[in-house]
Design a protein around this ligand. Structure first.
Ligand SMILES: Cc1ncc(COP(=O)(O)O)c(C=O)c1O
Length: 386
């Protein structure tokens, strides 16, 4: 076969899907597996949102819509940003995308050139590295240290800034560690970006999923007008991963260019999904605090449980639904430990190295499961390590 041209550009996948495939293979062979590998809430999309999507389809809202998104949804996003981030973006700054992920891809394509340097967290969400490497940018990693509760330290960013630095990617609440950066840390990073004329892309997909503190955005400083891009979406806290719906708040000029990107790549985001999105943002929100209350119980249970496992120690994460235990004292590498848990305990978790080299010595557990499964998994892990 002729060599595919994108073979030369290093775009890569996600370990979560690989581990899921291995776990499912074991399930096909009759083994019972407890799943802690996939990052999606264990609840269904709320009924009012589902009905809004169905109603849109029945009302024949099944045609092309503007590439930047439905005006109705962009207006709802405008109100949402004002309410939750404390500034009101202009409608011309708001672009709807099929999930948050295209927002990462498109904003990086718009900002970064080959040879530019991109600063981001390690361990961190694999897409940032994948897209950087696809573009031919230099990846500059900021280690997230357990001693700093896995928060990115602005001083570490400052040390890494050079003339070639084009972009700093922020993700708080964070995947895979569940860390939440403080308002002052985020303000410091925004200040650094301004001083050095560097872009910020702020991935806020877990924005409504904090346990102890209120969410804050580093885009507040310039209100996404000059050098920052806010990305958020419906996948996680509205339990809409499969609907594919997200949004970008970007400088106006960039939004204009993004329109062409969207036209070339996707034409537009699915129309009926966007109507469901309007309902998600403007309808009843009470299920979110209820969901977070249940997540907090699960978080506390899994952290307590993981701390009983020989060789494991686990900090309490402040956001999202991930926990990132240290497994160094087991004497195994992350990969060996994840394999041990999968094959010997029937528990699927991800090796920390799936999120970058600084993830060595850790595992990621997504605790979007039941309290019973958490208890069962801890017992099985403990038994397997006896
Ligand atoms: C940090 C982060 N950003 C983006 C995404 C992807 O979001 P979406 O499914 O809306 O594309 C995820 C999903 O796991 C994530 O953890």
């Amino acid at each position: 076969m002729t060599e595919l041209s994108f073979g030369s550009k290093k775009i890569y996948g996600e370990a979560a899907f690989e581990v899921l495939a291995r776990a499912q293979e074991l399930e096909r062979k009759g083994k019972k597996i407890l799943h802690f590998e996939i990052g999606e809430p264990d609840i269904e999309t709320p009924e009012n949102i589902v009905q809004a999507g169905i109603k849109a389809i029945k009302n024949k809202k099944t045609h092309y819509v503007p590439s930047v998104g439905l005006l109705e949804l962009r207006k709802a996003v405008q109100d949402e940003i004002e309410k939750t981030r404390g500034y009101r973006p202009d409608l011309s700054q708001i672009v709807i995308t099929p999930g948050l992920k295209p927002g990462i891809f498109f904003s990086m394509l718009a900002i970064v050139n080959p040879g530019d340097e991109v600063i981001y967290q390690d361990p961190g969400y694999p897409t940032y590295g994948s897209v950087s490497s696809f573009i031919g940018a230099k990846e500059i990693l900021v280690p997230l240290l357990e001693e700093n509760e896995f928060r990115m330290n602005p001083d570490d960013i400052e040390e890494r800034i050079t003339k070639k630095t084009k972009l700093i990617i922020i993700n708080s609440p964070q995947n895979p560690t569940g860390s939440v950066m403080t308002k002052s840390e985020l303000e410091q990073i925004a200040e650094l970006a301004e001083q050095h004329n560097i872009f910020i892309v702020s991935d806020e997909i877990y924005s409504k999923m904090t346990y102890e503190s209120k969410h804050f955005t580093a885009t507040k400083r310039d209100e996404a007008k000059k050098r920052s891009v806010l990305l958020d979406g419906f996948s996680k806290y509205y339990a809409m991963t499969g609907w594919r719906l997200g949004y970008m708040i970007t400088p106006k000029k960039m939004a204009e260019r993004l329109q062409d990107f969207l036209v070339s790549a996707v034409s537009c985001t699915a129309s009926f999904t966007q109507y469901a999105g309007v309902e998600a943002l403007t309808g009843d929100q009470s299920f979110i605090p209820e969901m977070m209350k249940r997540f907090k119980e699960k978080r506390d249970k899994i952290v307590k449980g993981l701390n009983t496992v020989p060789g494991f120690s686990c900090k309490t994460p402040k956001g999202a639904f991930y926990t990132f235990p240290n497994i160094k004292k087991t004497g195994m590498t992350s990969e060996e430990c994840a394999n041990h848990l999968l094959y010997k305990a029937g528990v699927a978790a991800l090796p920390g190295t799936a999120f970058g080299p600084y993830g060595e010595g850790y595992l990621r557990f997504s605790y979007a499961t039941t309290l019973e499964n958490v208890e069962l998994a801890i017992n099985k892990i403990n038994d397997s390590l006896e």
